[in-house]
Design a protein around this ligand. Structure first.
Ligand code: GUN
Length: 295
């Protein structure tokens, strides 16, 4: 069994990016600049956002963290996005989700300039992905593709089972795995809450991507011998014996599934770190596209 280690694979991506940023700086240009907005102080979102900012700094990007109060009206956030859209020094804009309930997420997603939408959530970018055009691939599916590439996992002709159909992970993941691209060309089955024979379908999977957000949902009896397991789950489960009062659990029961698999991502230390790598790559891409437009 190969452990698909997000630390190792993301470091390789980050080292490449770091080198590219050095070259940019040496040529006398400014580095890429990512703006991250967090609304409120959801614990998990705080952790993700802190990690995104820290990783930008590590590879030489500029980052700006904008904090808005949980009680703000939607218009305040939309105005801030508009300001960032018009700011020539900002290349990428990321609004951390979820948002407080008075704010409509779709309206916010559609307010971001598609050229700065490094999350790839804008319908224009999502549409481009469906049509196989060059675009920003949502960071988590992008990170998973980078992981498959790093560990040279064969995907061509394989049956991939994607559990979950969110716009952030499941849906774009199914498109990427079925595309006529390197690390694509799978036959893909998307499963969700109304899927009737989930266990039987999972047992047919050469590759399983678990992205439903239910801790330890995928058990050993749902997995074929030798399958590749990608665990996207990252749920905080209360545990009084843990220092922070919670433990991070994936969507896969790692201890029982790992011995049956040919390759598996751990949680933490797997897909989460690759998500950051995907985001950083998108930010550099946004910078390059915009610089070409200016030159
Ligand atoms: N919340 C959970 N995952 C993501 C992500 O990839 N991007 C944003 N903006 N919010 C998220």
């Amino acid at each position: 069994m190969i452990l698909l280690d997000g630390k190792i694979a993301s470091l390789s991506v980050k080292n490449e990016l770091k080198e590219e940023v050095s070259k940019i700086i040496l040529s006398g240009k400014r580095p890429p600049h990512l703006a991250v907005i967090i609304v409120g102080n959801n614990g998990a979102s705080e952790t993700y956002v802190a990690s995104k900012v820290k990783n930008c700094e590590e590879i030489g990007f500029t980052s700006t963290l904008i904090r808005l109060d949980a009680t703000i009206e939607e218009v305040v956030l939309l105005d801030k996005i508009n300001e960032l859209n018009n700011n020539k020094g900002i290349d990428g804009i990321l609004v951390q989700l979820p948002l407080p309930k008075q704010i409509k997420e779709q309206k916010v997603i559609e307010a971001i300039d598609p050229a700065k939408d490094v999350d790839g959530f804008h319908p224009v970018n999502a549409g481009k992905l469906v049509q196989g055009l060059s675009t920003f691939i949502p960071a988590t599916p992008y990170g998973i593709m980078l992981m498959l590439q790093y560990y040279q996992i064969e995907t061509k002709g394989k049956h991939a089972i994607v559990i979950g159909r969110s716009n952030i992970v499941g849906r774009p993941m199914s498109i990427l795995l079925s595309s006529n691209n390197s690390y694509g060309n799978c036959t893909v089955t998307i499963c969700h809450s109304h899927t009737k024979n989930l266990k039987e379908l999972c047992l047919q999977g050469d590759i399983i991507v678990a992205a439903l957000g239910k801790p330890e949902f995928v058990k050993a009896d749902m997995v074929k011998e030798g399958a590749v397991i990608i665990d996207v789950g990252i749920t905080r489960v209360e545990d009084a014996s843990a220092k922070k009062g919670f433990r991070i659990k994936g969507d896969v029961t790692f201890d029982e599934v790992a011995p049956k698999s040919s390759a598996i991502t751990p949680v933490p230390g797997g897909v989460g770190l690759m998500t950051i790598a995907g985001l950083l790559k998108n930010t550099l891409q946004a910078y390059r596209n915009r610089m070409l437009d200016v030159e």
